[in-house]
Design a protein around this ligand. Structure first.
Ligand SMILES: NC(=O)c1ccc[n+]([C@@H]2O[C@H](COP(=O)([O-])OP(=O)(O)OC[C@H]3O[C@@H](n4cnc5c(N)ncnc54)[C@H](O)[C@@H]3O)[C@@H](O)[C@H]2O)c1
Length: 253
């Protein structure tokens, strides 16, 4: 029997990258998974791969920056699978490494609306459902930039620090109601994330990557999915409000 048998997991940004690997890892452990992404083709492909392999999966197209779409996504998941037990706030975008003096308003707004507002919208909507169900688990995808100062642009660093703070806040407020909220802080993971950024700020890039030669190795999506599995199961029952650095010790230096 899988470790997530009879559980329903909703994973944002799971059409590709880290989110896709988490969805696959959860499905292999018996979870029913909701693939939520605004890239429709990638979303549909992921759903097909999972259902072809005999797993239960549905796709819901969503832009997590739009509250009405987030509400629809969660309603749809509950309607199709009856409940949601695990929410992974994984969808996120980069900030083109813009240093403070070079921040562009549209970049700032985009990063805040997806990486910050999106996380708040999903948590605001799911918590009452978890309360009705007697509990639930939230896993937020932070970043090592949420625990350190100089490894990203200003907006991305600010927003991932906010994700770490929201994780602690939710854990603290709702832990006694059997709701857990933890976060993962990856360093460098090989996905399409870096290539999704364009018009990179060269000053910000140079400043933010000064220490990358000290990362023992880049992470794989499986490295991160393994942590997401730990946070979703009872193996982590006594863990709440933590952000776990997934960086091979880079930030320990
Ligand atoms: N890759 C890394 O090195 C790295 C490091 C630290 C943290 N992270 C974080 O991990 C998470 C996943 O990153 P990834 O590397 O898998 O990126 P990715 O670009 O490979 O995948 C992100 C997925 O999110 C989706 N998405 C983006 N904006 C969305 C929106 N508004 N609504 C719905 N879906 C949306 C994309 O379509 C894509 O499928 C992000 O939150 C990112 O900040 C990544």
């Amino acid at each position: 029997m899988g470790r997530l048998e009879n559980k329903v997991a909703l994973i944002t940004g799971s059409g590709s990258g880290i989110g896709k690997e988490i969805a696959s890892a959860y499905a292999k452990e018996g979870a029913k998974v909701v693939i939520a992404d605004f890239a429709e083709e990638a979303m549909n492909n992921t759903v097909s791969e999972l259902t072809d392999a005999g797993h239960e999966a549905i796709g819901v197209k969503v832009n997590v920056a739009v509250n009405a779409e987030v509400e629809h996504m969660i309603d749809e998941a509950i309607e199709k699978f009856g409940r949601v037990d695990i929410l992974i706030n994984n969808a996120g975008v980069g900030d083109n490494m813009q240093a403070a003096a070079n921040v562009q308003d549209d970049t700032w707004d985009r990063v805040m609306s997806i990486n910050l507002n999106g996380v708040m919208y999903t948590m605001r909507k799911i918590i009452p459902h978890f309360q009705d169900n007697g509990g639930g688990t939230i896993i937020n995808m932070a970043s090592i930039t949420g625990l350190t100062g100089g490894r990203g642009g200003l907006a991305y660093t600010a927003v991932k620090h906010a994700v770490v703070g929201m994780t602690k806040n939710v854990a603290s407020h709702y832990g006694s109601q059997n709701i857990r909220c933890n976060a993962i802080a990856p360093a460098q993971v090989q996905t399409g994330f870096a290539t999704s950024m364009d018009n990179i700020d060269s000053f910000g890039m140079e400043a933010a990557t000064r220490g990358t030669n000290l990362i023992p190795r880049a992470g794989t999506v499986a490295d991160i999915a393994n942590i997401a599995l730990f946070f979703a199961t009872e193996d982590s029952a006594y863990v709440n409000g933590v952000t776990l650095a997934a960086d091979a010790g880079w930030s320990a230096y």
